[in-house]
Write a protein that binds this ligand. Structure first.
Ligand SMILES: C[S@@+](CC[C@H](N)C(=O)[O-])C[C@H]1O[C@@H](n2cnc3c(N)ncnc32)[C@H](O)[C@@H]1O
Ligand code: SF4
Length: 219
């Protein structure tokens, strides 16, 4: 049993063609009730880390309130597409924020997600400029998709975030809706090598975050 759970929030403002998030059903829970469930699980399962993802968690009105309730009791990681992050950033109480930048080229971004990357780039710029004063760690990530988001795009993203030397995580595409394959180990290693030209901290899904098949907790 892992010490980490992922809270999946419902709804998203992007329509990423490759997104593997498939909500089958959801419950509308007041944050205090949700917190009570999590708190009870903490004792039972030795939980210490919570990832808040989705869907797009920053669209949930009471996300800052939830992070305040979790603050100090759990190590909390927010996973976001970054587009609404600046609207709530001052109210968040989290330990890490992971921003996924789907593409640097805006035309590509619009084709892939249905939205411009302007607000995500703005959020990353803010995180970079203020990284010493944020009070949480930051990580930027990109899904490497053969023939769609390739080395040239990773190179542009790494160069952009290189200005602030933000930690970068390269995620291997998991085929779901989009019929593109998984990148090969060679391609992932090449993407890492390219990013290392600009960044001191680059990780890939080859090294971390393996999803354990069949292990699910549903609230
Ligand atoms: C499902 S999203 C939820 C959080 C937020 N909406 C976002 O996009 O960052 C969580 C992470 O999964 C990644 N992701 C989504 N579909 C994927 C796929 N088919 N293969 C690999 N990663 C994927 C996203 O890029 C993001 O980094
Ligand atoms: S922003 Fe995140 S949740 Fe929304 S469609 Fe894209 S990958 Fe899926």
């Amino acid at each position: 049993m892992s010490d980490k759970i992922t809270l999946l929030t419902y709804g998203c403002n992007f329509k990423c063609k490759y997104c593997f998030f498939k909500p089958l059903a959801y419950k509308n829970l007041p944050i205090k009730e949700l917190y009570k469930i999590i708190y009870n699980m903490m004792g039972e399962y030795e939980l210490s880390r919570i990832m808040i993802a989705g869907g797009e968690p920053t669209l949930q009105e009471d996300l800052p309130g939830l992070t305040k309730l979790l603050d100090g009791k759990f190590y909390t990681i927010l996973s976001t597409n970054g587009s609404h992050l600046l609207k709530i950033i001052d109210e968040l109480k989290v330990n890490e924020v992971h921003v996924s930048l789907k593409a640097f080229n805006d035309k590509k971004h619009k084709i892939l997600t249905s939205k411009s990357n302007n607000s995500t780039l703005e959020a990353i710029e803010y995180l970079g400029e203020n990284k010493e004063d944020l009070g949480f760690k930051v990580e930027i990530s990109t899904v490497l998709i053969p023939n769609i988001i390739e080395i040239s795009e990773i190179d542009k993203i790494a160069k952009f975030i290189g200005e602030w030397d933000l930690p970068y995580h390269i995620i291997a595409h998991v085929p779901s809706k989009l019929k593109a394959p998984r990148p090969t180990k060679k391609l992932i290693e090449e993407a890492k090598k390219t990013s290392k030209k600009y960044l001191s901290k680059v990780s890939t899904s080859l090294e971390s975050r393996k999803h354990i098949k069949g292990e699910k907790i549903i609230i």
